[in-house]
Design a protein around this ligand. Sequence first.
Ligand code: FE2
Ligand code: FE2
Length: 179
Amino acid sequence: MSDENTKSRTSYDISIVRPRLKHGDFKMRGRDMAPARLKAIKKGLLTLHTLELMATTIYRFQITGEYCDFNRQLIAAMCNEMTHYQDFQVKLYEFGFKPGVTRLAFWFAGFAFGFGSRLLGRKAILKTGIWVESKAVRHYAELLDSIDWDEDTRKIIEKDQADEDSHIDRWRTLLGQTS
Ligand SMILES: [Fe+2]
Ligand SMILES: [Fe+2]
């Protein structure tokens, strides 16, 4: 279920779509870490970065030109995913890594899911969102459990996971109201 991975152990404010980031929050990381730990962190960050690109692209292509609250909610979700994408891109560079080139494939996957569901209508958009976000929450949980993150990065991953959980809740509520 959407809440089993995060709500019991975290209390992140999911009403904040784009948390404040100060100049001093940027740090060079990982110098004191063992190679095996760094390798795991790199793999985890690359995975999260590509998943967030896909999520951003899905919402982007689900938005229509209609003046309605549904589009407003999709725009907010897209912005939230852009924040997540930015979070992991910054962390990759702070650790001295580079984003993966193969993430372009995830852009195309996002486009296919986003545009495809948009063609099928609101219910398909919501069901796609719930499906993708549920996968993301599970993925986040696995990466949180299996990798020895530094404290700052762990907090970001937990906040982003709580955001994904809130997306599931929102889409489930809207799906229940959609006939
Ligand atoms: Fe996300
Ligand atoms: Fe999300």
